[in-house]
Structures are given as structure tokens and as C-alpha cells.
Design a protein around this ligand. Structure first.
Ligand code: IFM
Length: 403
């Protein structure tokens, strides 16, 4: 196993965002989808982070973070095939330089759900040429900012992209069909591989992985058939893609939110939650033990693990504080068992545009008033800040039992 590099903090205390969800002023496959009425809101100026980024980064530093996960917007960088927007690249460079000045180690995602229109209109990642397009985009990014970034996620949640866009069909392109979905999964693995290689060619010491969305699947009943369904879900949704990509991951990135249940009667479609369990504003079960179980499972890959996302949509900020403590406690418990967990990124640094759900769900450590764009640091951010302060420079981490 490659040891965690000494130039990184021993544990990354971060928060995460993505371009489409905060930057605003975009034209891509999602803005088209929104205009066609498939989302609760249109992303529009979102949090206007593209204009307010310097203030936002300063706020992130005030939270005590030592790392920040963000994504680049391909549609901004290459709005038409081969036409590169140098101004956009300059701004991303300025943003990353500022992160360094503020002590925030950049964790940069290349693809977080959105595509330039010229890509989506030619079939998106289903078009075999997309592999070359993405390689080219990665090379442009590496030339522009690669010298400033040591830590990369190539693709965010490949399986979520497939399920939401090609099976459940509530995200673009809104298709149904298993054959296409499986073709897309294979294509996304190829896309990751070429991006991985392009990054390593430019920067052999870079750390490159993916952010996998993992669900804590458990059987609905003790029936062996529900057990079998659960195993199938674990394999297809959680483990298959990690295994397909294999060696080309320097770390395992885990986005963890909730538990779901395998039930024969539901086929491959899992049951969302059990009656009586605590839920987020999006109806997702709050289940910190699920994170510990998944970290144990991910230990089998013998690589450092980053929790690249974990967070809650809630209008009750006290619930957010408890959520953070309990999930970080699960990470600490995994470390005590010898699992090499190296970072925790709360989703999200800021309230943001939650895809088909629009602006209603509030995930942020920092609240955003969408009328005035005013930012407010929530008390849960203070909980997180104190947790970070108590662990400054420490590995393994610990979470006090009473706060
Ligand atoms: O907002 C999303 C993010 O884009 C990807 N992971 C899950 C988050 C919450 O749904």
C-alpha cells in the first residue's frame, strides 16, 4: 500500500462543493434539463460563487478546514469543441492559488455530473469519442493548473450518474434501459482510466481516485432472499466499479449519506427507509453505523480512504451538529480498527443547488440567502471547527463523548 504522503496533513479536515451547484451562470446539459422543467428550480446564479469565490474561500478558512474539495466545470473551460476559455482557466488558477495561501489543500474533481452541451448533444459519455474528449480536457486542465494540485477525483459518483440519468431517468439525459446503463458504466471506467493516466503523465506523484457513492445496504427481513438481493445491490452499486478500476486509484473516495434495504419484492430497487428511523429533510435515513461498516468493507482495497462527502439536508442545524459528530466518530472508530481513513469532507461547505430538488434542501455549514446572496455561518460549522481544533495535527483523530 502506498503510504500517505508526508506533504499532506495527516488527516484532511475538509468541506466539499461542486461547480454547477454553487458557481452560477452556466450553460450545460443540466441548465437545459432545468429549463425543460425537470428540476424544482433553475440553477441560475446559484450562490454566485463564480463572482464571490474570494469571500467564500475566506469563510472556509474561518471554519478551520485544512482542505477543500471543489470541481472544475468542463462546459466553462471548453464551451465548444476545442475552444478553450483562457479567462475561466485563469480564474480557476487564481482560486487554487488562494486556497494554498489560506492553508486549504485543494482536492479537485474533474467531472461532477455536468457535461458541456456539445458533448451531451453527441450522446454524452455513451459516445465512444467521449473518452478522447475527456482525455483532452484533462490535459488542458493539467497544463493550466496541474502544478498547483496534488489530489484529484476524476469522476464524482459514477454509479449515481448512471442510475439517475439512465435508469430512474430523473436526471439528464432521462433515459431508461439496462443495456445502455451497463455500457455507460464500462465507458466511465475507461474515462477514469485515461484521465488517471493523463494526470500521472504530467504529475507522477499526484494522488488520484474517484468519489464513489456508497450506500449501507442491509436486508429488509431475515429472509435469505432479501439477503441475496442485498448482496446484489452491494455488489452492483458499491463494489463493482471500484473493482473494475482496480489499481488506478491511489485512494478510495467514499461519499456516504444513508442506509437502504434490499427486499426481494422490490427487485433491484432498494427500500429507502424503515418507519420510525430518523430521517433528513430529503427522507434519507440517518445512520452513522453504516459509515463504519462501509469503511470496514473498503479496508479490503488496502488503500488510504478519504470520506470525500458526508452531510445532511436539514432545516434543524442542531441535527446537523450531531450528524457531523456521529459520522466523524465512526471514522475515528474505523481508524482504531487499523483502517487508514485519511480525511473527512463535509457536504457541503455552502447551501447549494441540489439537482432535481432545487434550492430547498439545506446542506451547508454556511447558509445562503438566495435573494440577497448573504452568507451566514451556522452553529454546526462551529461544532465542526471545534472538532477540527481539538484534533489539529493529530492522527488518529478522536471525538469527545460529551460536547
Ligand atoms: O449534492 C450531492 C452531490 O452533488 C453529490 N453527492 C450527494 C450530494 C447530496 O445529494
Amino acid at each position: 500500500m502506498r503510504p500517505w504522503p508526508s506533504q499532506f496533513p495527516p488527516f484532511l479536515w475538509g468541506a466539499a462543493t461542486s461547480s454547477h451547484q454553487i458557481e452560477g451562470h452556466l450553460t450545460n446539459d443540466w441548465t437545459e434539463w432545468e429549463r425543460a422543467g425537470h428540476s424544482a428550480d433553475q440553477s441560475g446564479r446559484a450562490t454566485d460563487h463564480w463572482r464571490l469565490w474570494a469571500e467564500d474561500l475566506a469563510l472556509f478558512q474561518r471554519l478551520g478546514l485544512n482542505s477543500y474539495r471543489f470541481s472544475l466545470e468542463w462546459s466553462r473551460i471548453e464551451p465548444e469543441p476545442g475552444r478553450i476559455d483562457e479567462g475561466a482557466l485563469r480564474q480557476y488558477r487564481a482560486m487554487i492559488e488562494r486556497m494554498h495561501q489560506l492553508g486549504l489543500l485543494p482536492l479537485m474533481t474533474l467531472h461532477h455530473f455536468t457535461l458541456p452541451l456539445w458533448v451531451s448533444k453527441q450522446g454524452g459519455f455513451l459516445n465512444p469519442k467521449a473518452v478522447e474528449w475527456f482525455r483532452h480536457y484533462t490535459e488542458i486542465v493539467m497544463d493550466a493548473v496541474g502544478d498547483l494540485v496534488d489530489l484529484y477525483v476524476t469522476i464524482n459518483e459514477p454509479l449515481v450518474l448512471v442510475v439517475m440519468g439512465y435508469l430512474i431517468a430523473i436526471w439528464p439525459p432521462g433515459g431508461h434501459g439496462f443495456r445502455r446503463a451497463f455500457r455507460l458504466i464500462r465507458r466511465l471506467a475507461e474515462v477514469h482510466n485515461v484521465a488517471y493516466d493523463a494526470i500521472k503523465r504530467k504529475k507522477p506523484d499526484a494522488w488520484v481516485g474517484l468519489a464513489h457513492h456508497l450506500i449501507a445496504f442491509e436486508p429488509w427481513t431475515r429472509s435469505p432472499l432479501d439477503g441475496l438481493m442485498t448482496e446484489a445491490q452491494r455488489y452492483l452499486m458499491n463494489n463493482r466499479f471500484i473493482k473494475m478500476v482496480g489499481e488506478r486509484q491511489d485512494f478510495i473516495g467514499i461519499n456516504y449519506y444513508t442506509r437502504q434495504y434490499g427486499r426481494l419484492a422490490g427487485g433491484l430497487h432498494p427500500v429507502q427507509s424503515r418507519p420510525g428511523t430518523p430521517l433528513t429533510d430529503l427522507g434519507w435515513e440517518i445512520y452513522p453505523e453504516g459509515l463504519l461498516n462501509l469503511l470496514r468493507e473498503a479496508g479490503q482495497y488496502r488503500r488510504p480512504i478519504l470520506i470525500t462527502e458526508n452531510g445532511i439536508a436539514t432545516s434543524d442545524d442542531a441535527v446537523r451538529s450531531a450528524y457531523i459528530q456521529e459520522h466523524v466518530r465512526a471514522a475515528a472508530a474505523a481508524q482504531r480498527e487499523g483502517i487508514d481513513v485519511r480525511g473527512y469532507f463535509y457536504w457541503s461547505a455552502l447551501d447549494n443547488f441540489e439537482w432535481a430538488e432545487g434550492f430547498r434542501p439545506r446542506f451547508g455549514l454556511i447558509g445562503v440567502n438566495y435573494d440577497t446572496l448573504e452568507r451566514t455561518i451556522r452553529p454546526s460549522a462551529d461544532t465542526y471547527r471545534r472538532l477540527i481544533a481539538q484534533n489539529r495535527g493529530q492522527f488518529p483523530i478522536s471525538v469527545p463523548s460529551a460536547w
